[in-house]
Design a binder for this molecule. Sequence first.
Ligand code: LMR
Length: 341
Amino acid sequence: MFSRSLIPAKSYFPTSYILKEQRRNAQVSIIGAANGIGSNLALLLKRNNNITRLNLYDDSEKVLSIGSDISELPGGPRVATYSGYSFLPASIRSSHLILMVSRIPRKPGYTRDQMLAANAPAVHRLCKTIAEINPDAVLAISTNPINSILPFASSMLFKYCAYEAAKIFGITQIDTSRAKAYAAKTLNVNPRHLHVPVIGGHSDETIVPLFSNMTPTHYKLDSCQADTLTKLVKKSGMEVVRNKHGVDSSTLAMACSINEFVENMVEALYGGATVVNTFTANPHFGTRFFAGPTKIGCYGIVETCGANFQMSEYERVILGNAITHLNKEVGLGEEYARMEA
Ligand code: LMR
């Protein structure tokens, strides 16, 4: 399932990036910490004793009250808050992991171009600051449209001579969480015991849940159930937007799923190899970026998934369709970056 092409040579990384087990120092920044995802994520990360310092940044001053609120909780990381653009460099200076969750949420009828135009400036600004202040950090982005934003951010980091494919991630854990939740409900089993890989990208046309690869393998869905749940996972994001009357997208489930991603990433930064479902550079499916189970370690990506999944005919067809869309959406992000350059 895994392919080795993205394994970086050890010497590829500056030694300052290597976190030694005995140091137990993992500093994390949340960019967009005052929005619905960021504030809930801040609370969850404050409960993570593996994080030593949590830097909360937002353009809005609201972040200051969020910081003082969660600082009253005992234990966990020390919390520092930063508000206003001039404090963006300070908020990421010492971080090993930078989480970009700032976004203008998707709205019904919004095109991908509109969403990209709305969110790209904040991502651009962050990439420039990372390149200047902390190019060794891992950057993980949940800002939509992820399929275009990740190629855009990668191009921007490349422009500023700070691009390392192994250290930039699109957080798509929400799709795995949804697939797991719906399968567990259908099978009437505890979701804790289930895992469903989700490959492709993060948009209605590109999300490809592989229910045929669900583990433990004795849990099986028939083709009709798999078809129904696939459609459900694909349209879940927009369903939340509709339920929130178009004013916001998923915040609580997003925060929880990003927290899951961070737990794994921090473990990896401390030297434990682990697997996360994430959107990264991956050339094995006929597109430059692809989501899927990805092995991570203290240097970022260790191995991306390769095109050797055993799939049902239905999954094969929707994957083919997803790749066509993904190429367009990746191209859109790269084109947008060329216009910015
Ligand atoms: C989702 O799938 O619900 C998310 O992409 C929502 C968002 O806008 O962050």
